[in-house]
Design a protein around this ligand. Structure first.
Ligand code: F6P
Length: 552
C-alpha cells in the first residue's frame, strides 16, 4: 500500500463496512445451527495451545475480507521488516526486536550492521549465572546469609510483565525465595514490602530501561535510605542493590556498581521486555531452565506467526477479529478473562501492551486516523468476575468481545475444583453466544401467573450474540505462557500495522509526566499557582490539609 494512502481509503475498507451492514443482524446461534462443523473450521492449535474463535460474529466471507485487508496493509512485509531489525519505530528511529530476544545464539540479526544476537545471549547468560547463584545460595548478603527476598523496583514494562510471569509460574518457583514487586510511588507499596524483609537477606533490583523514570528512582532512593537506616553501610549497597537498564552510565551515576548492572537494549520496548534481562526477577524465581522454556515458547509462537498462512495464523486471526469489532462495529473495549488464579495480572500486563501500543489516533507518518483504533483492555480472573461484571456482558446494551483463557490441567491436585472452574468458563462462552429468547424465558416461567410472567420474562432474556475467543492451554507452564504472551504481542503488532500506527512509541505518557514535575514542588510551598481553576483548587486544598510526615 502506498504510504500516502490511508487504509480507510481502500476499496477493501469500504467492502468491510458494507459487509458489516449486511451481516450485523446475524445471530451466532443461527450460524452454529447452519453449520455443525463451525468449531472444526474455526479453531487452530499450536503445541499446547488451542484457539477456538468460532463464537464470533464472523462468517468465512468476513475472514476472507479481513485477510485481504491484512494483505493490502502489508502485514507480511512489516513483519519481515521487524524481524530483520529495520527501524520500524519511526518516531524514535529504533528497531523493534523483542523477537530477537527469543532467538537461538546461532541466528544473526543486524541493527546498524551489528549482529545483536551475541550481545543478547551474553547479557542473558550473565543474568542466568547471577540468578542461579542467588538461587543456590552462593550469592549471599554481606553477612554471609542467603538471599530470601528479592525486591524488583520498576514500573510499566519493568514491572507488569515480570510480576505477571512470576505469579503465573508460582508452581515453578524456588521455595524460600520471595519475589516482591514495587512499582507505585505511593510509599505504601514500598513500605509494605520493607516491613516484611530483613536488609541483610534482601536483594533490590532497580529495573528501568531509561533509568530516568522518577517513580522508580525515588523508590530506589527510599529503599537505599531504609537499607542504611537498618544498620547496613554504604559499602554494603554494592552487594544488595543491582540494576537493569539500557542506560548503564545513568545506573552507575545512581551509585550501582558497574558489575551489578545488567544491560538491556534500546530496541526493546518496555512493554516487550520481560524476555530480556528485565526478567531477572523471574529468572531468580523460576531458574534458568524454566526461563529458557519461556523463551522457547515465545520463539515457537514467533515461528508460527512468521510462517503460518494468514488464515491459520493464531495472532493474525485474533488481531483481525478484534479489529473487526473495534473498527467496523465501533466497540470500545475488549475483556481478558483468565480462568487461572496465577494469571490474575495478565489483564494488567495486556493493558500496557495493547493500550500503550495502539492507544493512538495519529498514524505513523503524523496523519490523523479517521476511524476507531485501540480498544480499552480490561479484565479479571474467572470465576470471580462472573459475580461482578458479567451481568453487563450478558444483559447490558453493549457489544463487548472477550478472550477466555483456560488451562486444561492444574498444578494443584484439585481436579474437582478445576472441573468446576472450567465448566464455568465454557458455560459463560456458551451463554454469551447463545443467549435466551423471550419465548424461552416465558417457557421457563409457566408456573407463574400471567402478570408475573409478563413482568419477569423480559428481564430473563439474554440477547446473546456476544463474541468470545477461547484459548485452551494444556497447563500454565513456562513454554505455554511464552506462547501466550508472544501471541498477544503479535496480535497488537498486526492491528497497529493495519491501522497505520507506530505501536512502539508512547508520546501520550509524556505530558502528564512534565506537569507532575511542575506540580510536585508546588505542593510543598505557598507560592502563586498558574494552572486552571480546578488544578489550582486541588493544590490549595492539599496544601491546607496535608500533614508533612517526611522523614527524609
Ligand atoms: O511512562 C511509560 C513508560 O515509558 C513505559 O513505556 C515503560 O515501560 C515505563 O514507563 C517504565 O520505563 P523505564 O523502564 O524506562 O523506567
Amino acid at each position: 500500500m502506498n504510504p500516502s494512502c490511508s487504509i480507510n481509503q481502500t476499496a477493501i475498507w469500504a467492502q468491510l463496512h458494507q459487509h458489516q451492514r449486511s451481516t450485523r443482524f446475524l445471530h451466532m446461534r443461527e450460524l452454529f445451527e447452519q453449520d455443525p462443523d463451525r468449531f472444526e473450521k474455526m479453531h487452530e492449535q499450536l503445541n499446547g495451545l488451542m484457539l477456538d474463535y468460532s463464537k464470533n460474529r464472523i462468517t468465512e466471507d468476513t475472514l476472507n475480507l479481513l485477510i485481504e485487508l491484512a494483505t493490502i496493509a502489508d502485514v507480511r512485509g512489516w513483519t519481515d521488516k521487524m524481524r530483520r531489525g529495520e527501524k520500524i519505530n519511526i518516531s524514535e528511529n529504533r528497531a523493534v526486536l523483542h523477537t530477537a530476544l527469543r532467538l537461538p545464539a546461532e541466528v544473526a540479526v543486524y541493527v546498524d550492521n551489528h549482529n545483536v544476537v551475541p550481545d543478547i545471549h551474553a547479557e542473558l547468560e550473565r543474568a542466568f549465572t547471577f540468578a542461579e547463584s542467588v538461587r543456590n545460595g552462593e550469592y549471599t548478603g554481606v553477612t554471609g546469609e542467603t538471599i530470601t527476598d528479592i525486591v524488583n523496583i520498576g514500573i510499566g514494562g519493568s514491572h507488569l510483565g515480570p510480576e505477571m510471569v512470576t505469579l503465573a509460574l508460582r508452581p515453578f518457583q524456588q521455595p524460600n525465595l520471595n519475589v516482591h514487586y514495587v512499582a507505585n510511588v505511593d510509599g505504601a507499596n514500598l513500605m509494605e514490602v520493607l516491613n516484611t524483609i530483613k536488609p541483610s537477606r534482601s536483594l533490590f533490583i532497580i529495573a528501568s530501561k531509561s533509568f530516568t523514570t522518577p517513580e522508580t528512582l525515588l523508590n530506589a532512593q527510599t529503599a537505599r535510605r531504609w537499607f542504611l537506616q537498618q544498620g547496613m553501610t554504604e559499602k554494603d549497597i554494592a552487594r544488595h542493590f543491582i540494576a537493569i537498564s539500557s542506560a548503564v552510565s545513568k545506573a552507575q551515576d545512581f551509585g550501582i556498581d558497574a558489575q551489578n548492572i545488567f544491560a538491556m537494549f534500546d530496541w526493546v520496548g518496555g512493554r516487550f521486555s520481560v524476555w530480556s534481562t528485565i526478567g531477572l526477577s523471574v529468572m531468580c524465581a523460576i531458574g534458568k531452565k524454566n526461563f529458557q522454556d519461556f523463551l522457547a515458547g515465545g520463539r515457537a509462537m514467533d515461528e508460527h506467526f512468521f510462517t503460518a498462512p494468514l488464515r491459520h495464523n493464531i495472532p493474525v486471526l485474533l488481531s483481525l477479529i478484534g479489529l473487526w469489532y473495534h473498527t467496523f462495529y465501533n466497540t470500545t473495549s475488549h475483556a481478558i478473562i483468565p480462568y487461572d488464579h496465577g494469571l490474575r495480572r495478565l489483564a494488567a500486563h495486556l493493558q500496557q501492551l495493547d493500550m500503550e501500543s495502539n492507544g493512538k489516533q495519529v498514524g505513523r507518518y503524523g496523519e490523523h486516523l479517521d476511524f476507531d483504533t485501540g480498544p480499552v483492555i480490561w479484565g479479571e480472573e474467572g470465576v470471580n468476575c462472573q459475580h461482578a461484571f458479567f451481568q453487563l456482558l450478558h444483559q447490558g446494551p453493549r457489544l463487548i468481545s472477550s478472550d477466555f483463557i483456560v488451562p486444561i490441567n492444574s498444578f494443584y491436585h484439585v481436579s474437582t475444583q478445576h472441573k468446576m472452574l472450567v465448566a464455568n468458563a465454557f458455560a459463560q462462552t456458551e451463554a454469551l453466544m447463545h443467549g435466551k429468547t423471550l419465548a424461552e424465558a416465558y417457557a421457563e416461567l409457566m408456573h407463574l401467573d400471567n402478570k408475573s410472567r409478563d413482568m419477569l420474562a423480559p428481564q430473563k432474556v439474554f440477547p446473546g450474540n456476544q463474541p468470545s475467543n477461547t484459548l485452551l492451554l494444556d497447563e500454565i507452564n513456562p513454554f505455554n505462557l511464552g506462547m501466550l504472551l508472544a501471541m498477544y504481542e503479535h496480535k497488537v503488532f498486526v492491528q497497529g500495522i493495519i491501522w497505520g500506527i507506530n505501536s512502539f512509541d508512547q508520546w501520550g505518557v509524556e505530558y502528564g509526566k512534565v506537569l507532575a514535575k511542575k506540580i510536585q514542588p508546588e505542593l510543598g510551598t505557598t507560592g502563586p499557582l498558574q494552572h486552571d481553576a480546578s488544578t489550582n483548587g486541588l493544590i490549595a486544598y492539599f496544601r491546607k490539609h496535608h500533614h508533612d510526615t517526611n522523614t527524609n
